[in-house]
Design a protein around this ligand. Structure first.
Ligand code: AMP
Length: 198
């Protein structure tokens, strides 16, 4: 199964992707996680991406498309994957289509976690507090001011990805303001419908 989770930062994509990994045994491909790993390892990509990420902007399409191209060619992604945080622009969505088509592959579905943007800053503050309380590192870009930039980047560049997939008939919208378990239940219901169609 090849899925995309789309939604603004803090919508719960990472949480839901983690649950899908457990249930379906397919990997979560998070460009954010991959970029953070590259930054931590100080690779050439990490060095290039760090400043943009720290400011809440978008890393270039060329870099993220390259990362995803390499990642989906890996062994563990051959039976499917969950894309979390990619594609974030139309150019990335088009590049993904080309990548899949050239390998004779198709997407099964695109799930949008739709949330009230005015509640997201509170959510992200809570995410930072929870991480701190659990002794985990707090993401630098979860600072409220940087978070607002990330939200702006979503509205400016990424929101258009939703109608892009709506036109293809692949999009399902989920109310991301429900509890985490309720969102998971909604995701499951949609996936059951997808399984029958594929
Ligand atoms: P995330 O963990 O998905 O919130 O991503 C963290 C940061 O990584 C974003 O704010 C961007 O700077 C960068 N990033 C992650 N995925 C992408 C992408 N598909 N395109 C451009 N930048 C990305």
């Amino acid at each position: 199964m090849r899925l995309i989770l789309v939604g603004p930062p803090g919508a719960g994509k990472g949480t839901q992707a983690g649950r899908l990994v457990e249930k379906y045994g397919i990997p979560q491909l998070s460009t954010g996680d991959m970029l953070r790993a590259a930054v931590a390892a100080k690779t050439p990509i990490g060095i290039k991406a760090k400043e943009v990420m720290d400011a809440g902007g978008l890393v270039s399409d060329e870099i993220v498309v390259g990362i995803i191209r390499d990642r989906i060619a890996e062994e563990d992604a051959q039976n499917g994957f969950i894309l979390d945080g990619f594609p974030r622009t139309i150019a990335q969505a088009e590049a993904l289509n080309e990548m899949l088509e050239s390998n004779g592959l198709k997407l099964n579905g695109v799930l949008e976690l739709r949330v009230d943007h005015s509640k997201l800053v509170d959510r992200i503050v809570k995410r930072a507090e929870d991480a701190k309380a659990a002794g985990q590192p707090v993401r630098k870009d979860d600072d409220p001011e940087v978070f607002k930039q990330r939200l702006e980047a979503y509205n400016r560049d990424t929101a258009v990805v939703v109608p892009f997939y709506e036109k293809t008939g692949l999009l399902s919208v989920i109310d991301g303001m429900q509890s985490i378990d309720e969102v998971t239940a909604s995701v499951e219901t949609i996936l059951q419908g997808l399984d029958e169609r594929v």
